[in-house]
Design a protein around this ligand. Structure first.
Ligand SMILES: [Zn+2]
Length: 307
């Protein structure tokens, strides 16, 4: 604050450095943090990430307040974001570090059953579901306003520890966009957040949820290691541990559904194996092996099914 009580202007570059050093400090103190990192201008690139952002932007309640959060999240000011059932907590770097909490009501059982019923038989595997490789009807259904999978403003409660907290400050807006970015890397967190089991959307699982609480046909279910291989992620830790999310290749983009407001320049190609340190190379090697294992498993399942 200066002499007249105005906030001193801090250039964005300095704020970015500030955020980086605050993040380092949190880690030094032993805090497990998962910062939101965004390359380029697009906040989200996958079906689930883009749909999350589109859902926020369609409500006039948020219209005027969201834009302030976009530059915050792009600049790396969301230094920690944790998604759990019904709740998102974040630490956002502003004039200082602020704690943000977003509480989201779980999807009510009748609504979830209706979603599963309407999508019955249309989603063959968890891979398709998480990658967002879905029929248009399914996409429209899960994104439908009011009774889809994404929350409406009256299901969302927001709070921030900053002094200028009103209904939605830029820290909260940044955290809300951060969720979209995180869903690119871990789409299954949307289902966890909304308190539903994504496996119940798969073909064969949704006909009668009351009876079949059990898992769907084994051939359609992937375990964590399969999903890890799919997204190139290390998933040894629990779904929502505070361990930082490694920079993972994003799922393939769906330009058809890509209505994100910002158009990003093409990303630089991923580093070649030769450019990576030995540890990273072995990680890439193990991912490849994991992918090969997944393919072999699928081939086995196909054989099993055909016989
Ligand atoms: Zn705030």
């Amino acid at each position: 604050m200066d002499y007249f009580g105005w906030k001193r202007y801090v250039p964005v570059a300095s704020r970015k450095l500030q955020a980086v050093s605050r993040l380092a400090n949190l880690r030094k103190k032993g805090r497990l943090v998962a910062p939101v990192t965004i390359e380029g201008r697009k906040i989200a690139a996958s079906f689930w990430g883009i749909s999350w952002c589109n859902n926020l932007e369609r409500y006039s309640d948020y219209e005027t307040r969201l834009p302030r959060g976009r530059s915050y999240v792009r600049n790396g000011f969301v230094v920690d974001l944790q998604i759990a059932k019904g709740e998102v907590t974040a630490i956002v770097s502003g004039s200082e570090l602020y704690d943000v909490k977003v509480t989201i009501a779980p999807v009510a059982s009748p609504r979830w059953r209706a979603i599963c019923r309407d999508c019955a038989g249309a989603i063959d595997s968890l891979v398709e579901l998480l990658q967002g490789r879905l029929a248009k009807g399914v996409m429209d259904r899960v994104c439908r306003e009011g009774d889809g999978l994404f929350p409406a403003p009256d299901e969302i409660k927001l709070s921030c520890s900053c002094p200028d907290w009103a209904d939605m400050c830029k820290h909260v807006a940044a955290a809300l966009y951060g969720i979209g970015a995180r869903l690119d890397e871990r789409p299954q967190l949307l289902f966890a957040l909304r308190g539903v089991d994504e496996n119940e959307m798969l073909a064969g699982a949704g006909q009668d949820l009351a009876i079949s609480k059990s898992a769907p046909a084994a051939a359609k279910v992937l375990d964590d290691s399969d999903v890890a291989a799919l997204f190139g992620l290390e998933m040894a830790e629990p779904i929502n541990s505070g361990v930082p999310v490694p920079a993972a290749p994003k799922p393939s983009r769906r330009t058809k559904t890509n209505k994100g407001k910002a158009s990003a320049p093409a990303k630089a190609p991923a580093a070649q194996n030769g450019d990576l340190p030995r540890r990273a190379r072995s990680k890439v090697g193990s991912r490849r092996k994991a992918k090969i294992r997944v393919r072999a498993k699928r081939a086995r399942r196909r054989t099993d099914l055909s016989t």
